[in-house]
Ligand binder design. Structure first.
Ligand code: ADP
Ligand code: MG
Length: 377
């Protein structure tokens, strides 16, 4: 394998996929047993890669719905209905034999058969006077009933699900999903998302439809031990020897084991180094990453309010564990009463995450960027 393929910036699969053995098993255990899963982690921690890995290791068919760009309930409706059609194609195949089930469970959607390749496939046309939430409920229920009829299981992955919590008519859609999800036998859902605050509200508030529907899987970072093995494999593939211990420790430290930034840094380092790299090459590689990320991250940074920026700088400089104090407020020059609100919006925006001890940056590059004064305060 080309050594740089160990470090994709997109999804990690095959040899590029490091550990996550326990998480993969948990996820597989959930959907094999018909349980729904809430998978949450900051952006670029490996949620999509994990799901795909789990799907590869099972024979249960799956479809992925990506809500990244969904802004209205109509978008969500289209994405879910297309996903249902895809899964029907994968699991049921020749649907025309199941027309009794189709007739029984479609009132608003108009099932039609198209011909594609070997099989007839299902189309679900939407009546003008029906609401997206009703259509979604009907399509999901139809899928479940078809699966029951065929005695087959299937998985629907709702990726970037936090977006649904933020659209105007999201509640109705959550209600529709719950309506079907609360007594599925064959279909299991994975809700994957990155905004812990929004997800928490959607799944942990008893007044919201999705309350208590799922097993939870929180994705943390991957341990040093596993990364050591992983990076050493890539090092042997490239330079025929193990990675320098200091270099390994440096990679773990500056990236704070953020999977995306580990890959980014290693890709630069592996690309630039003709021979086994020493610490100075690793430092240079990190500088290159910071440089490439600088303008994007600063753009995000300047979208924040002044108080949020002050909080982020304070945390970047290593003070995330003692932030609710008069001294902290004084040092940041913001009122104590604004600290909590500012922190919440930074968490919502995936800039920081809450840990047991306090708050930490999600994106490790901010630490390097905000340590030095790069703009006038
Ligand atoms: N298990 C893993 N081992 C190594 N790298 C990983 C792993 N999971 C994810 N990554 C890397 O982390 C980054 C983000 O992965 P992705 O699955 O897209 O995350 P998310 O869906 O949480 O945003 C990518 O660079 C990917 O290659
Ligand atoms: Mg993803």
């Amino acid at each position: 394998m080309n050594p740089r393929h160990y470090f994709p910036l997109g999804k990690a699969s095959g040899e590029a996929f490091c550990n996550r053995v326990e998480e993969t098993q948990k996820l597989i255990g959930n959907f094999k047993n018909g349980k729904h899963t809430l998978l949450s982690a900051p952006r670029r921690y490996g949620k999509s890669s994990l799901c795909e890995r789990a799907f590869e290791l099972t024979t249960i068919p799956s479809a992925k719905l990506d809500f990244h760009l969904a802004v209205s309930d109509k978008d969500v409706e289209r994405i879910i209905i297309n996903g249902v059609i895809e899964l029907v194609g994968k699991t049921i195949g020749a649907v025309e034999k199941l027309s009794a089930v189709l007739r029984k469970y479609t009132k608003r959607l108009k099932p039609k058969f198209g011909v594609g390749g070997k099989y007839f496939y299902l189309e679900l046309a939407i009546a003008d006077d029906s609401s997206p939430a009703e259509n979604i409920a009907e399509a999901l229920l139809l899928l479940e009933k078809l699966l029951q009829e065929k005695n087959k299981q299937a998985i629907l992955l709702f990726d970037e699900f936090q977006e649904i919590g933020q659209i105007k008519k999201g509640r109705g859609i959550e209600g529709a999903i719950r309506h079907v999800g609360q007594d599925t036998q064959k279909l299991s859902f994975i809700f994957s998302g990155s905004n812990p605050h929004v997800l928490k509200n959607m799944f942990e508030d008893e007044r919201r439809p999705l309350y208590k529907l799922c097993r939870k899987l929180m994705l943390g970072s991957i341990s040093d031990v596993h990364y050591k093995e992983h990076l050493n494999k890539a090092s042997k593939a490239m330079w025929n020897t193990l990675l320098d211990i200091e270099v390994f420790a440096y990679i773990m430290e500056v990236t704070e084991r953020h999977p995306y930034y580990i890959n980014y840094l290693c890709d630069v380092l592996w690309e630039e180094s003709k021979a086994i790299p020493h610490l100075d090459s690793a430092t240079k590689a990190w500088e290159a990453v910071v440089e490439e990320e600088r303008s994007d991250l600063l753009k995000d940074f300047f979208r924040l309010t002044e108080n949020q920026r002050k909080l982020l700088i304070y945390i970047a400089r290593g003070n995330g564990n003692e932030i609710y104090s008069n001294e902290a407020a004084k040092a940041m020059d913001i009122p104590v009463s604004s600290i909590s609100r500012g922190l919440n919006s930074l968490v919502e925006g995936d800039y920081i995450e809450k840990t047991e001890a306090g708050y930490r940056l999600v994106v490790p590059v901010y630490k390097t960027l905000l340590k030095v004064k790069f703009y006038k305060e």
